[in-house]
Design a protein around this ligand. Structure first.
Ligand code: PHE
Length: 449
């Protein structure tokens, strides 16, 4: 291979980067939206349980494969294959994850562009540039092309700088900023009229709904998307961690941060909706359900900010900057998957490879934009409802059935010598062999049907 690999310089660097990947639009947009359309607190409860009992074990399989392999997703998977068919299987799973990450990035960049455009709108209104504000929220093709391109260039800019100077440095800067903004906004919104009603809709579960199959499956899908599973991203991030680190704990910390931020985002968005209602904004659809999806973020919340007068411009700016940052720390992880593959397997120059791959993905984004009504949903469905669960399931199958148990144990013992006696080691191997593949299979079959 001959290309020197980067490594995260510290534990906190890895945690920020992996949490940065995990925390994205899935947390600050997807989770509150799903909560709103799945009966509030019952969904939150199920999500918490599933994230730790199913997504965390699958997440561990991916980061351990990476740390063992110390290489891009394909080479890492291939390292533990003994037979020719296993190598082929490894290639399929590793490369499938990389393609999946690239496809997700191609539509995610468009959504992130919308977030940036709304941030620019607030800034433009503060500066009194009404014309700019109208253009950036006008939804034209040019607007979409402009902001998607801008967002892709930011992603390329960070990834070109490599692991330590790019991913780690920027995740360490952006994540605290994002969390700070989130907390500030929550504190402010909770003081407003109507917030208490939202809080109780968010926090009092209707226990009877907890076992609804739809709710269970949406929560599991959401947890998998949120932990970036099935996209090679966690394999590659895992490959940049030192062998001295205790992966069981670090993995749990990343999961905890991811889940906590999703929870906090709900604490901002659901009460905000009820505050908006108190100001006369419509928050329920005709069938009585809470508005979700784009209507929530781009109609309900902007109306709320507008109703707050001048202060609302700054609140709106903070909100959409927060969304954009969350998206950026995720998008860099999606680009790192294909880039590390090309750099390591083909001895390519990192800067050039990043630019070329970024432009190819941007071209796909442009194709989506040219027929957005049809293509956006299609690419999102293919990558997140088909690609991610299948690849995540195959990763578990791979770690559970093909990776030799002794070698797997040795890998976890790096940084955690006594893991052999732990509760984790007693149950986790069973989880990835049986429970995770079956559960993911159930989600998959459900979404296909
Ligand atoms: N986890 C990210 C989010 O919640 C999305 C993501 C998916 C990131 C796949 C990387 C890979 O928004």
């Amino acid at each position: 291979m001959g290309v020197s690999r980067g490594e995260f310089s510290s534990r906190i660097g890895f945690i920020m980067a992996a949490a940065g990947s995990a925390v994205g639009l899935g947390n600050v947009w997807g989770f509150p939206t799903q909560t709103a359309s799945n009966g509030g607190a019952a969904f939150v409860l199920v999500y918490l349980v599933l994230a730790f009992s199913l997504a965390y074990p699958a997440f561990m399989a991916e980061i351990l494969i990476g740390r063992y392999g110390q290489a891009n997703a394909v080479s890492s998977m291939e390292k533990m294959a003994k037979k020719a068919w296993q190598k082929k299987f490894a290639f399929l799973v590793g490369f499938g994850g990389i393609i999946c990450a690239a496809l997700i990035l191609s539509f995610y960049g468009i959504l992130a562009g919308w977030m940036m455009s709304f941030a620019v709108e607030s800034a433009a209104l503060i500066a009194g540039a009404q014309g700019v504000a109208d253009w950036v929220t006008g939804g034209s093709v040019m607007r979409n092309l402009f902001f998607t391109t801008l967002f892709m260039f930011l992603t390329v800019f960070i990834i070109q700088r490599g692991v330590e100077d790019g991913i780690e440095k920027w995740s360490k800067r952006l994540m605290p900023m994002m969390i700070g903004l989130l907390i500030l906004l929550i504190v402010y919104v909770l003081t407003l009229e109507g917030a208490q009603e939202g809080l109780s809709a968010y926090l009092n579960p209707d226990i009877t709904r907890v076992l609804e199959p739809n709710l269970l499956l949406s929560a599991l899908g959401q947890a998998f998307f949120s932990l970036s599973l099935g996209t090679s991203v966690m394999v590659i991030y895992g490959s940049y961690i030192s062998k001295r680190e205790n992966m069981v704990t670090i993995g749990a910390q990343v999961t905890l941060i991811d889940v906590s931020i999703a929870f906090l985002a709900g604490l901002l968005i659901i009460p905000s909706m009820y505050v908006a209602q108190a100001q006369g904004v419509q928050i329920f659809a005709d069938d009585g359900s809470l508005l979700a999806g784009p209507a929530l973020v781009f109609t309900v919340l902007p109306s709320l900010f507008e109703g707050m007068g001048n202060l609302g411009l700054f609140v709106g700016l903070a909100f959409f900057v927060l969304m954009s940052i969350a998206a950026l720390t995720s998008s860099i992880s999606m680009l790192e998957g294909p880039v590390s593959f090309v750099v390591e397997r083909h001895n390519a120059d990192r800067k050039k490879a990043t630019l070329v791959i970024g432009m190819v993905i941007l071209a796909i984004s442009c194709a989506i934009i040219s027929n957005i009504d049809l293509m956006l949903g299609l690419v999102a469905t293919i990558s997140t409802e088909y690609g991610q669960p299948i690849i995540a399931m195959l990763c578990c199958v791979y770690a559970g059935w093909i990776w030799q148990r002794n070698s797997l144990l040795e890998e976890i013992q790096n940084g955690y010598p006594e893991v052999g006696e732990s509760f984790f080691w007693k149950i986790w191997p069973w989880y990835i062999k049986f429970v995770c593949p079956v559960a993911i299979g159930a989600v998959f079959i459900h979404s296909v049907l």
